[in-house]
Design a protein around this ligand. Structure first.
Ligand SMILES: *Cc1c(COP(=O)(O)O)cnc(C)c1O
Length: 366
């Protein structure tokens, strides 16, 4: 389901264009300077002023009482689900979501939770689908304790949940006594693409986090926000998981820098993604949906190459893309320019043309 070509391979030409993921960004010189200047302290006892400033800023951005700094988005999902649920509980989430399929089965390995996978197009499910999956408290069945959504959807194509849909789902969940958790790995992309504030997107959701190591361009870091009580519970799990940190302000400074400099420019990544998808659609044998944000999923069903052969052929020409959820994915980010998109399209066109020529050659030999 997931395939990533070798980025560092001495036998291959160096990577010129990295469309593997928005996690591939290099911290800029200015970001590194902000990191070097940051006042720091012991995060574990709440004494890192830069981490505290970041948490206060993100709590306010998302309209929540409190927030906590984490090393990654994955640990935000893990600590949040551990804080919301107890062993034997059920989590309802879209069948393609990160918590279901890309976290090493944490829910079972660490929590003893059951996943109730929900269907729906583009990584989203409707309030009706959720309603149909809910049951009354019943000693024969798992206690349903949490509903999760992903903003934007990753395997769903980087689509943006509308606030009305999010509101319907949160209202239905809380009317049935379930907590609500939003995986906001790319929530800032959703906000920029839809011109809806992060606070509005997060409104009505019990816990929400944003990732700084994706499109925002920081080397690491995510911030999870919620009520004071919830964040207290999360701190207990952060400690238990070995996630409490020391002079983490060095990294929090990069996140603060990202909030100041790298949010509005996400619109450039979205424009580049649209340009890439439009170019792909003009190549015979390739189909791509117009992206809402920075993830471009595409198919080469009319090309003889398998997805993996295609990814390797691109890599051999210095362009990195990946396979995710069984589909080809190219991702734009702050180290990708419009000129690189044009060049990547040229490489794709060449790979497809070589493939077509080889097939015609084979047929001619028969
Ligand atoms: C990347 C991602 C995560 C995990 O975040 P990391 O910072 O890589 O641990 C979780 N959910 C979604 C939707 C993601 O895309």
């Amino acid at each position: 389901m997931i395939y990533t070509p070798a980025p560092e391979d001495a036998r291959l030409p160096p990577v010129r264009i990295n469309l593997l993921s928005d996690t591939q960004t290099q911290p800029s010189a200015a970001m590194r300077e902000a990191m070097a200047r940051a006042p720091v302290g012991d995060e574990q006892i709440g004494a890192d002023p830069t981490v505290n400033a970041l948490c206060a800023r993100v709590a306010d951005l998302l309209g929540k009482e409190a927030a906590v700094f984490m090393a990654s988005g994955t640990i935000c999902n893990i600590a949040a689900t551990l804080a919301h649920c107890r062993a034997g509980d059920e989590i309802l989430a879209h069948e393609t979501s990160h918590v279901v399929s890309l976290e090493g089965c944490t829910h079972a390995a660490l929590g003893g939770f059951q996943i109730h996978p929900l269907a729906g197009t583009a990584g989203q499910f409707s309030a009706d689908t959720l309603r149909a999956a809910l049951h009354r408290p019943d000693r024969h069945q798992a206690r349903q304790s949490l509903v999760c959504v992903e903003q934007t959807t990753n395997l769903g194509g980087g689509t943006v949940w509308r606030t009305s849909a999010l509101g319907d789902i949160a209202a239905l969940a809380s009317a049935n006594g379930l907590a609500t958790h939003m995986d906001g790995a790319r929530l800032m992309n959703a906000s920029v693409a839809s011109s809806v504030s992060p606070r509005q997107i997060a409104s009505g959701w019990d816990s929400v986090w944003i990732d700084f190591s994706k499109g925002l361009g920081a080397p690491l870091g995510a911030v999870l926000a919620g009520s004071n009580d919830f964040i207290d519970q999360v701190w207990l799990w952060k400690q238990r998981l070995g996630g409490s940190l020391r002079q983490a302000g060095i990294c929090a400074a990069a996140c603060l820098y990202a909030l100041d400099h790298n949010v509005d420019r996400l619109a450039d990544d979205h424009a580049n993604a649209r340009l890439l998808a439009a170019g792909l659609s003009q190549i015979g044998g390739v189909t791509a949906e117009p992206p809402e944000t920075n993830l471009v999923y595409f198919d080469i069903s009319d090309v003889a190459l398998s997805n993996q052969e295609f990814v390797d052929a691109m890599r051999a020409d210095g362009v990195l893309i990946s396979i995710l959820g069984g589909r080809l994915r190219a991702c734009t980010h702050l180290d990708v320019t419009t000129a690189m998109i044009q060049e990547a399209l040229e490489v794709i066109r060449n790979v497809v043309e070589r493939d077509t020529a080889a097939r015609i050659g084979r047929r001619a030999q028969v």
